[in-house]
Every structure is written in C-alpha cells, then in structure tokens.
Design a binder for this molecule. Structure first.
Ligand SMILES: Nc1ncnc2c1ncn2[C@@H]1O[C@H](COP(=O)(O)OP(=O)(O)OP(=O)(O)O)[C@@H](O)[C@H]1O
Length: 217
C-alpha cells in the first residue's frame, strides 16, 4: 500500500513540484500517472522511492513513513521496490548479465541462485541468450528491457516506472506495457508514468493525472 497524506515537495530554489497531494494505491493495483512535462510525475515517483523527501505531509509505503526512515533502514525498504527511471544507469563496462545481477549482488545473494534468477528475468523480458553481450550492442528498446529485468530480478512488491515507453514506437510501447501487466498479474503493485494518455486508455486502469503538481479530474 502506498499512501500520500497532503504531500508537497519544494525543491531548493523554491519551486513546488507537487502540492498537497493525497491518494492511496492499494497493494496489487496497476495505476498510471499522466501529465505534461514538468507536471511532477518523476518527483511523485521519487517520493515513493524515498529518493526525494517531502517538504510537507507524509509518504507511507508498506506502513513505513518514508520521511522518518533513517539511512540504515532505507536499503531495507528499497529491497521491496523495483525502480525504472529515465536515466537508465546502465553500466556499459559490464555485461548484460552483470547489470541485471546488481540488485542481487548488493544484498549478497548466493552466486548460483543469482545466476538462475538473472537468466529467468532476462527470459521474461525477451532477452534470453543476450546475457554475455555488452549493453551497448542492444537497441534502445532492448536496453529498456534490460532495465526492467534489473528492476524485477529481486522480485519487488512495488514496481515504479518513470516513462518506460518514452521514445518507443507504439507497438513496442504496448509490448512493454504488456510486460508490466504480467507482473501485475502475479500481484506486484505498479505505478507507470507516461506523457501519452492514449496508450494508457487501452488498459482500463486508474489514471492519476497531474497538472502543475496537482491532480486534475
Ligand atoms: N532536483 C530538482 N531541483 C529543482 N527543481 C526540480 C528538480 N527536479 C525537478 N524539478 C522541477 O520540478 C518540476 C517537476 O519535475 P518532474 O521531473 O517531477 O516532472 P515530470 O512530470 O516528471 O516531467 P517530465 O515528463 O519532463 O519528466 C519541474 O519544473 C522541474 O524543473
């Protein structure tokens, strides 16, 4: 469960990126986040992930108030999150396999089990057989799939995706959304942001619409 209680975020310099937002996303829901460039979509996702702290109000994720988390407990909550952000942060000096295994390496996963999970995640996103490649040789869409594999390899309860369909053609964008749908079907809570609302309309899911940091109908 994700809960925002009158949440605001003011960046240094005084800009209010989100203003007094209150909403709930129950566990297991797939919800879309729509809005123009600069509407506050990334900020909202970063607040859920604890990457940004609210300037006012409370962000509660799985019963934990993210603002009150200290440095030592944040990694614990992050284990339950899978993040797909716009700045891919792919490591181009490592193989596809090593990129995807990163979240498991961080928590000290057994090597054999980690290898098995990475191959399963790559298979799931349609990158089976590409594990030894350098990510530079993947297409843009394949790099996006790599990021999705990396975000789900530790089987998070919550998946946050910031514009995962940006720069993809419509068919490919639908393939990516179908992939998210399959994670939703196994109980993962998913928040997906996008500019293009027409893409979301086909899915019949709740759409949270942001305009200048506030919800619109
Ligand atoms: N670290 C920051 N410092 C100052 N201002 C910021 C920072 N991050 C975002 N902003 C500002 O907050 C506003 C909301 O940004 P945000 O990235 O959340 O919007 P967005 O809806 O995700 O936009 P886009 O679709 O272009 O990614 C923008 O005006 C942006 O310039």
């Amino acid at each position: 469960m994700i809960q925002f209680q009158q949440v605001s975020k003011r960046y240094p310099g005084g800009f209010d990126a989100v203003k007094n937002l209150s909403f709930e996303i129950p566990s297991g829901e797939l919800v879309f986040l729509a809005g123009h460039s600069g509407a506050g979509k990334s900020t909202l996702l970063k607040l859920i992930a604890g990457i940004e702290k609210p300037s006012g109000g409370a962000v509660i994720v799985n019963g934990q108030n993210m603002a009150k988390m200290n440095r030592s407990s944040l990694p614990y909550i992050r284990r339950h999150l899978g993040l797909i952000f716009q700045d891919h942060k792919i490591l181009f000096d490592r193989s596809v396999l090593d990129n995807v295994s990163l979240p498991l390496d961080i928590v000290g996963f057994d090597h054999k089990e980690s290898h098995r999970r990475v191959l399963a995640a790559l298979d799931k996103v349609g990158l089976a057989g590409k594990e030894k490649l350098n990510p530079i040789s993947l297409s843009g869409g394949e790099q996006q799939r790599l990021c999705i594999a990396r975000a789900v390899v530790h089987r998070p309860a919550i998946l946050l995706a910031d514009e995962p369909t940006a720069n993809l053609d419509r068919d490919y964008a639908h393939d990516i959304l179908e992939l998210f749908k399959s994670f939703h079907q196994v109980g993962v809570t998913i928040v997906i942001s996008a500019h293009d609302e027409t893409l979301m309309a086909d899915y019949g899911r709740r759409i949270l619409r942001l305009k200048n940091g506030q919800f619109t109908a």
